[in-house]
Design a protein around this ligand. Structure first.
Ligand code: HEM
Length: 412
């Protein structure tokens, strides 16, 4: 027998209170039931681990077509700019079969351990130089000194983008997140729409340049694959892939560094344990991703009438899947609020998603995070958070991290 869906009339993931601290809301949502309807956003919200996994795994019932659609309505002027200048094809997160497996297969042939290994020395040198520089300061903003530049170097050098364009690209990516996952006013939407078109044009020009002058990077590998297997991949697909990976490849890792440090630094016994025994770092990185998850929520849309644990969900409903809440579900993670670098099932966290759309860059993100924490624990073991700082979390529903994280690198 079908039950009625509970309604959570106040839930809004862009409200100031929620952005400041979503975790009490997650806890009450998990209590309320497997799924609640949130009229303020017109979506069905899923917050428990088992239900989130079930939805993600069932891609016939829950399509990804809406995963990168604007979370809030876009004004007509901004929409017109996007419609005329932004011929992006669904490629990864917003793509379903039969196209998605083809795109993923092509990307997986190029995003190999060999590609990560080629990038690792540059990341290692960059992490070391950045940590040395911040270790020499009395105060550091981890965002500016480490979390912004390192993932940019890693993500953009995998693609092959010139390092000189980092500021430009990061600016575009920030406005792309705000337009797609935030709540900009109409003027902000129009500005962001122009930026998205400029960003897409940049990706198209870059792919064209690599067609003429191949180099040792992912874009050139994809172009070579397209030349060998034109039925698998076309140049337009590669432009869309480069555009997707250029955002996916760094904003999330930037957030993960900030979230990880924010979780760990006040937790002195664990921080000291990592400083004393670096072999704990890989486990600690998984636990950071679980307990302070950089990716808060992803979306799906139902392809037919369905139900979750007896609660009916009509065809065409938007599902909002709270990855960060699922990571705190006591049914899956014992004592979920306790940071435990030795937690046996920490790697089952959903920070990288699951199943068909499981993050293709997770190996690179893990390399970056492990290197960051190896260098920080070795070079700045007395690092502490600056006391009484106010954390501000930008208004978007995808990525959660403080805008700035102030530390004393060598203790207060
Ligand atoms: C800590 C860092 C990262 C986090 C937390 C993260 C998180 C995620 C999540 C949750 C998804 C699944 C989205 C969905 O199912 O709708 C995803 C997909 C994806 N990620 Fe990541 N990501 C990270 C780093 C990276 C990096 C470094 C790259 C590339 C260099 C990357 C590339 C991708 C791609 C291409 C997809 C789409 C896969 C598909 O749809 O088949 N990510 N990521």
């Amino acid at each position: 027998m079908l039950a009625q869906c509970p309604v959570h009339k106040d839930f809004h993931p862009l409200s100031a209170d929620f952005l400041a601290d979503p975790y009490p809301v997650f806890a009450s949502l998990r209590e309320e039931g497997p799924v609640v309807y949130a009229p303020k956003i017109g979506m069905y919200v899923v917050s428990r681990y088992a239900d989130v996994v079930r939805v993600i795994e069932d891609r016939d019932t829950y399509s990804s077509a809406n995963a990168t659609s604007p979370f809030m309505p876009v004004c007509a002027e901004a929409q017109a700019i996007l419609t005329s200048g932004f011929p992006r094809k669904p490629t990864f997160t917003n793509c379903d079969p039969p196209r998605h497996p083809r795109m993923r297969n092509a990307a997986s042939r190029c995003l190999t351990p060999k590609r990560w290994a080629k990038t690792q020395p540059a990341i290692e040198a960059c992490a070391e130089a950045l940590v040395d520089a911040l270790a020499a300061k009395p105060f550091s903003d981890i965002m500016a000194d480490l979390a912004f530049p390192l993932p940019a170097l890693a993500g953009f050098s995998v693609i092959g983008f010139p390092q000189g364009d980092t500021e430009l690209l990061k600016g575009w990516c920030g406005r792309r997140v705000a337009l797609t996952y935030g709540d900009l006013d109409p003027a902000g939407q129009v500005q962001a729409a122009h930026d998205l078109v400029a960003f897409f044009d940049y990706c198209r020009d870059f792919v064209e340049r690599r067609r003429r002058e191949p180099a040792d990077d992912l874009t050139s590998d994809l172009l070579q694959l397209a030349a060998e297997k034109p039925d698998l991949l076309e140049v337009d697909d590669i432009v869309s892939m480069v555009y997707s990976i250029s955002l996916a490849g760094h904003e999330t890792t930037t957030a993960a560094i900030l979230d990880g440090l924010q979780a760990l630094l006040p937790n002195r016994p664990h921080w000291n344990a990592l400083c004393a025994d670096p072999s704990l770092i890989p486990g600690a990185v998984e636990e950071m991703l679980r307990i302070n998850c950089p990716t808060q929520g992803i979306r799906r849309i139902t392809t037919c009438d369905t139900e979750i644990d007896g609660v009916p969900i009509p065809k065409g409903s938007t599902m909002f899947l709270l990855l960060a809440s699922a990571n705190k579900d006591a049914e899956t993670f014992a004592d979920p609020d306790v940071f435990d670098p030795k937690r046996p099932n920490a790697r089952e966290h959903l920070a990288f998603g699951r199943a068909w759309h499981l993050c293709l860059g997770a190996p690179l993100a893990r390399i970056e995070l492990q290197l960051v924490f190896e260098h920080l624990t070795r070079k700045t073991p007395r690092m502490s958070l600056v006391e009484d700082q106010q954390f501000h979390f930008p208004g978007n529903v995808l990525i959660r991290a403080p805008e700035r994280l102030l530390v004393h690198p060598n203790g207060a």
